[in-house]
Design a protein around this ligand. Sequence first.
Ligand code: SER
Length: 318
Amino acid sequence: MKKILLTGCLGQIGSELVPHLRNIYGNDNVIATDIRRIENSSVIEGGPFEVLDVLDGKSMAEIVKKHNCDSIIHLAALLSAVAEAKPALAWEINMGGLFNALEVARENKCAFFTPSSIGAFGPSTPKIKTPQDTIQRPATMYGVTKVSGELLCDYYYKKFGVDTRGVRFPGLISYVAEPGGGTTDYAVDIYYKALQEGKYNCYIKEGTYMDMMYMEDALNAIVNLMEADPSKLIHRNSFNITAMSFEPSQIAAEIKKHIKNFEITYDVDPIRQGIADSWPDSIDDTCAKEEWGFKTKYDLSSMTEDMLLKLKTKLNIR
Ligand code: SER
């Protein structure tokens, strides 16, 4: 990657991936885009930024040509809970945006990355140590768009030779931008509420395991996969990756080590619980480790320590 266009840059991943890439590849070589502009954003102020609606393929192509991009990282998408509430819009944005981005990559010979998700699995998928290649019959619109996206990326590689690569992200935990409308978001909210209120009312039931990862590990995974030797890649779209698997009472217990009086209560949201129940408890990331050396730095304990420290500063809490 030398000159990179990113979509959806003001979202949870983009807000940190853009500065991370600018550090590695140089400010002017990372072209950030989003459907909106916001005040006081390092993404907008730290280098080239353009307003782009991913449903406008013509403008996307113009930006890629104008900046002479050789790589596209397509992040714009609706997350699982919002997609369940607005399935037609989710299909339009998740599939329409991806199709446009792949077409622009094909026409301009760009390498291509887009995230898939643990949401690409469904109730008939093996739940424990879910293999790389397995049954994918998701029961959510989000999952339907993610599996379709994986297939579409495979198709563009095989049919047109577009260098498509991707990972199935677990729930991503970060302190810069909050996720919006996902099922795994509880594992971010809980840290904010722990510091602000000393308690958290969780919408996911105790005992519900899902895979998770700290953002720093996710950013490194994207760069490492995109820079990996293509001759080593047996899979492309999309690699299972994970850093940890836990359920709500385990993250609560970890927070309690730092905030003694912290308490978790439960008020289960049937929609998001249903989504979580249809996803794996833990996924097997052996292929990612073997094919491009995927590794992580953070587990639940080191992530919790860092999250609380960083959020204290962000929220100005002593
Ligand atoms: N974190 C996402 C969600 O919960 C899953 O990819 O929707």
